[in-house]
Design a protein around this ligand. Structure first.
Ligand code: SF4
Length: 482
């Protein structure tokens, strides 16, 4: 019984992997029942990252409650989830909302009219069971603004179009805002808020509230920052001077921290997802759904990383992607630098495995089909041969080898610990190790010494102990000076 969740859509926008979409349309229990791969547990850091995201959001919302008071409509702290606010009924809160208000964790059910219109009713759920076809939707913030607030004078329709509204339209204007612990939110996050905006427009119509509210196309992300937010700074300055700020001033300051999107840019993609991608993936089944494991799979729970659990048991399974890709003659995705589109082209030419690619010459016809294949033919063939032979293979005419040599005389490690929420690098570290240099071919009874630089102690580790751009710059320059 597949159910459409925000996560499925967001990950599909990010990775464009049919197999991943199909797997996330099902719950753990359903995957087990249907013989699909299970999620890989024991993923280091994932729980911590989610916890940090919740804490960051909780902190930001509490700051808003501090400075905006009753204008923040929330359900209090969730007794079951530390550092989270309870969900509230969005429809109920909207019915009594005044302009310049923020509804925190306002949840709503996706209306049946939307699912019918999107054409997904037949595809999802199990007819007659009463199962939800789409999980409930809960934007972090739903902002209520006065009529005429939007300078562009536009609204989102329940069909995902953006249309003009008259300058004197009397309806309140609402928009979706998500808080993200990321200084540079990815396009998938913007896709999420665009999707929520369309769903909200559809829900307002279904509730009969579309005569009181319009959904603005300027949905927003509130990205992570090490600074206090502009609204907090303004409110504190006002308090210090004994001059409280007006609501419109405070909301104008709040908007300085937002990154707005234009929903219209995303709606064609959302519609294609609902009308083309989803039916294709559900029709394919797990064996046929397209997949191409590569670096973007790093965060996927179905990759099959070589991690063990606390008891030393393997957490990967034979049906995870990494393990499947290594089966038989090897999947083309195993060849570094061979993209999804190159793999598709080669497969069309009948070259469907690493072994088949390794048997070609760089001038072979299948490698001349596109500019990208032609330009990389020598490297791709050499890498495929290196994988098949388990040896270092030289790339003809390039002076390079197609794999890392098993042994090097000099190793240099550079470690940068980057914090994506603040865009500040917290640690610069350097370490090097090398074999004592000798003249090439020199013979000696004495074994070459191994030398290390910066292995022990902290003299080559430069910590940025505060979230401070000047300190970050100084430590970066200190590390370069070594
Ligand atoms: S590991 Fe990669 S290829 Fe496999 S399902 Fe996940 S995203 Fe797709």
């Amino acid at each position: 019984m597949p159910t459409l969740k925000k996560k499925s859509l967001s990950l599909y926008f990010k990775n464009r992997c049919d197999r991943q979409l199909l797997l996330y349309l099902h719950s753990d229990e359903e995957r087990a029942r249907l013989g699909m791969p299970e999620r890989q547990k024991a993923r280091p850091g994932l729980g911590k990252a989610a916890k940090a995201g919740h804490e960051y959001q909780f902190k930001r919302v509490n700051e808003l409650i501090d400075v905006l008071g009753d204008r923040v409509l929330h359900g209090g702290v969730d007794p079951e989830e530390e550092n989270q606010h309870q969900k509230v009924d969005l429809r109920e809160r909207l019915e009594s909302a005044e302009p310049y208000a923020l509804i925190v964790e306002g949840e709503f059910e996706v209306p049946a009219s939307f699912l019918r219109w999107a054409g997904v009713q037949e595809l999802l759920g199990d007819p007659g069971t009463g199962e939800k076809l789409h999980n409930d939707v809960r934007p972090d913030l739903t902002e209520v603004l006065p009529a005429g607030w939007s300078p562009g004078g536009k609204r989102v329709t329940p069909q995902g179009r953006v249309v003009s509204i008259p300058a004197d339209d009397p309806r309140l204007q609402v928009r979706v805002v998500d808080i993200k612990l990321a200084s540079e939110p990815g396009a998938n996050y913007f896709g999420e808020v665009a999707y929520y905006s369309v769903l909200l427009a559809s829900a307002l119509e279904a509730w009969g509230l579309d005569d009181r509210f319009v959904v603005l196309p300027q949905a927003a992300i509130w990205p992570g920052s090490y600074d206090d937010s502009a609204v907090v700074r303004l409110a504190r300055e006002g308090q210090a001077l004994g001059l409280p700020c007006a609501a419109d001033e405070l909301f104008t300051a709040l908007h300085k921290d937002f990154e707005e999107i234009d929903v219209e840019l995303f709606t064609p993609r959302i519609m294609r997802f609902l009308r083309e991608d989803l039916p294709r993936v559900l029709g394919a089944g797990v064996e046929e759904a397209a997949w191409h494991p590569n670096y973007s799979c790093m965060g996927c729970e179905f990759y099959g990383h070589g991690w063990e659990d606390d008891q030393g048991n393997a957490t990967w399974r034979p049906d995870h992607c990494k393990q499947r890709a290594a089966e038989g003659d090897g999947r083309l995705s195993r060849v570094y630098g061979l993209t999804r589109s190159m793999a598709l082209e080669l497969e069309h030419q009948g070259v469907a495995s690493v072994k088949a690619l390794a048997a070609l010459t760089p001038r072979a016809q299948p490698l001349q089909r596109t500019g990208a294949l032609r330009a990389n033919a020598a490297k791709l063939v050499a890498r495929a041969q290196a994988l098949c032979q388990g040896e270092v293979v030289p790339v003809p005419g390039d002076g390079l080898t197609a794999s890392m040599p098993a042994y090097t005389d000099l190793k240099v490690w550079i470690d940068l610990e980057y914090d994506p929420s603040t865009a500040i690098t917290g640690v610069f570290g350097i370490r090097a190790g090398w074999m004592e240099p000798r003249e090439f071919g020199a013979e000696s009874e004495v074994k070459r010494e191994q030398r290390e630089w910066g292995r022990y102690g902290d003299r080559l580790v430069f910590l940025v102990e505060r979230k401070d751009l000047d300190l970050e710059r100084d430590q970066f320059l200190n590390s370069c000076a070594r």
